[in-house]
Write a protein of this length. Structure first.
Ligand SMILES: Cc1ncc(COP(=O)(O)O)c(C=O)c1O
Length: 532
């Protein structure tokens, strides 16, 4: 996404907010706050460019909590000593999403398959980084929070915070595992994600020092196993370097090209590397949903062939645990929040299939090979600040790096202090809506997205504006309009290669706040700018 100079110059001016060592005079402060309000609410009223829902109203029930420092530091399932927390609310929100994504509910006698997760303090970026950190450590054979033996003990104790805390603390023994195969690559995970993956995934690779298939290939001077027929139609060679794609090639609609993924995974699995795949579920620019179910179905036989489906790790004093030699993460920043309701709407025939042979792309814990799902809270749901959810299972939790007595709650999350307000945002949204309301809302938004797409397509008589919408995507992409419109509607832009041609795109996102009136105003502005 490019930030143009124009965008930088059209926003609020710094000098209105200038502060120094003196208290700001009242008149200046009033003026600054007025300018702030006018600017932000104007931009909100025309907001079309990003996957952010502006139809939100949390002021009524929650403004008083701006005067409390709410902090959910530590594990959501252990209250801890910092009592101005909202962990009771957080647990209920997590339980809702565990159910929505077909994960197992937590019971009194905790079992390994039951869910564990937390509400992150950043957006989906934190949930992605934490998912990939867990994946890395799991695949490197690091000690799990709960091994088999401890799990037996766990069954016999109560759910009370103090007991759980004790148990978790007993488990804090540092150890990395080993297997019987003794292959030099057996604890060197290799990551795969498509060229449509969000930059937070790319950033995570760098921050966490995880090797991608491309980096590993460059390091070892490997020859790429992909032949011409393994690439998607319209693939541009600009995405190649030294004969290798830098990321797993995507189809034109933004979904991961499964034949290429399979061949690349096979190549590295054959060398003994554990496999880490991060799927997109609502990709950033095209809003595409990887066919996770289909990819998993094709990956499983490869993992089995190379002994990576399940392997035994010896982690301490001949104690072993069985775990997967792969980790499948789903980046559901946008899609995980509403696609489950789309699935219901399709079953109830409230919306049409985009094509006759369309199959809903299942992505959740019904696929028993999925290890983690991430989601943003400010995207589909809408929140005044970035938030999100990380969801996994107890059996995939790793031993925390340290055991800080200080907070009275295990340090099982990525952030230390965690936003205690965000669970209230999720709770407000969930407590205001029945399941049927959610289904109605996705049907309304889907219809609005299709209305917008058809209207724009009709105006593009010469078919020169690249107007496209991937199946059930909330976004419509098109040739970049002029800078004034990019600023007015906060449009996101992107340079893409299509069949060797470099194109400058923009996209709009149809979120819950987008009305026909706003769409018609946008189209009127496009016409005025001689766009069509
Ligand atoms: C697919 C995808 N993943 C991750 C993110 C990062 O989310 P956040 O901005 O909430 O950190 C985004 C944001 O646009 C996204 O589209």
């Amino acid at each position: 996404m490019n930030i143009t100079l124009n965008q930088l110059n059209q926003g609020l001016k710094d000098k209105i907010f200038r502060i120094n060592n003196k208290k700001l005079p009242k008149t200046k402060k009033t003026k600054a706050l007025k300018e702030l309000s006018t600017y932000e609410f104007t931009q909100k009223s025309n907001f079309l460019g990003y996957q952010v829902n502006e139809k939100i109203d949390y002021q009524k029930n929650y403004s008083e909590y701006l005067n409390i420092s709410l902090n959910n530091v530590g594990d959501p399932f252990v209250d801890g000593n910092l009592t101005t927390n909202t962990k009771a609310v957080e647990r209920e929100v997590l339980s809702y999403f565990a159910k929505l994504w077909n994960n197992k509910q937590r019971t009194k006698h905790l079992k390994k398959d039951e869910f564990w997760g937390y509400i992150v303090s950043m957006g989906c970026t934190e949930a992605n980084i934490f998912g990939l950190l867990s994946a890395r450590d799991y695949l490197e054979g690091k000690f799990l929070l709960i091994d088999d033996e401890q799990n037996e003990k766990l069954k016999s104790i109560s759910k009370s915070s103090k007991d759980r805390e004790c148990l978790i603390n007993q488990n804090l023994v540092s150890s990395y595992g080993k297997t019987k195969q003794n292959n030099k690559n057996e604890f060197v995970p290799i990551a795969f994600y498509s060229q449509d993956a969000h930059y937070s995934i790319v950033k995570a690779m760098e921050v966490l020092k995880i090797s991608t298939f491309f980096n590993e290939a460059m390091k070892n001077d490997y020859k790429c196993p992909l032949k011409k027929e393994d690439y998607p139609k319209d693939f541009s060679k600009e995405y190649l370097e030294n004969g290798w794609p830098k990321e797993v090639p995507s189809n034109d609609d933004g979904t991961i090209h499964i034949p290429a993924l399979i061949k690349l995974v096979d190549f590295f699995a054959a060398k003994g590397h554990p496999i880490l795949v991060s799927f997109n579920y609502g990709s950033t620019f095209k809003g595409a949903y990887d066919n996770v179910k289909e990819a998993v179905k094709k990956l499983v036989p490869i993992l089995k062939k190379y002994g990576l489906y399940e392997r035994e790790i010896e982690y301490q004093d001949k104690k072993t645990d069985k775990r997967n030699g792969f980790w499948f993460h789903v980046d559901g920043a946008l899609g995980a929040a509403y696609m489950p309701y789309i699935e219901t709407a399709l079953k109830e025939k409230l919306i049409k299939k985009p094509s006759k042979d369309y199959q809903f792309p299942v992505f959740d814990f019904r696929l028993k090979q999925i290890h983690s799902i991430s989601m943003s809270g400010h995207k589909w749901i809408g929140s005044p600040w970035p938030t999100g959810i990380y969801m996994s299972r107890i059996k995939y939790q790793l031993k925390p790096i340290d055991d800080p007595m200080y907070i009275g709650s295990p340090d099982t999350t990525f952030a230390g202090s965690r936003n205690g307000f965000s669970p209230l945002i999720f709770w407000e949204y969930l407590s205001n809506n029945s399941y049927n309301n959610h289904v109605k809302e996705v049907v309304k938004v889907e219809n609005m997205a299709q209305y917008t797409y058809e209207k724009l397509k009709k105006l593009d008589k010469k078919n020169k504006l690249w107007i496209q919408r991937s199946p059930f995507s909330l976004t419509i992409r098109m040739k970049k309009p002029n800078e004034d419109l990019i600023f007015k509607y906060s449009l996101s832009t992107e340079e893409l290669y299509v069949n060797g041609e470099k194109r400058e795109y923009a996209h709009i996102y149809i979120m819950s706040h987008v009305t026909k009136k706003l769409i018609n105003q946008f189209i009127k502005d496009l016409k005025k700018s001689k766009y069509f």
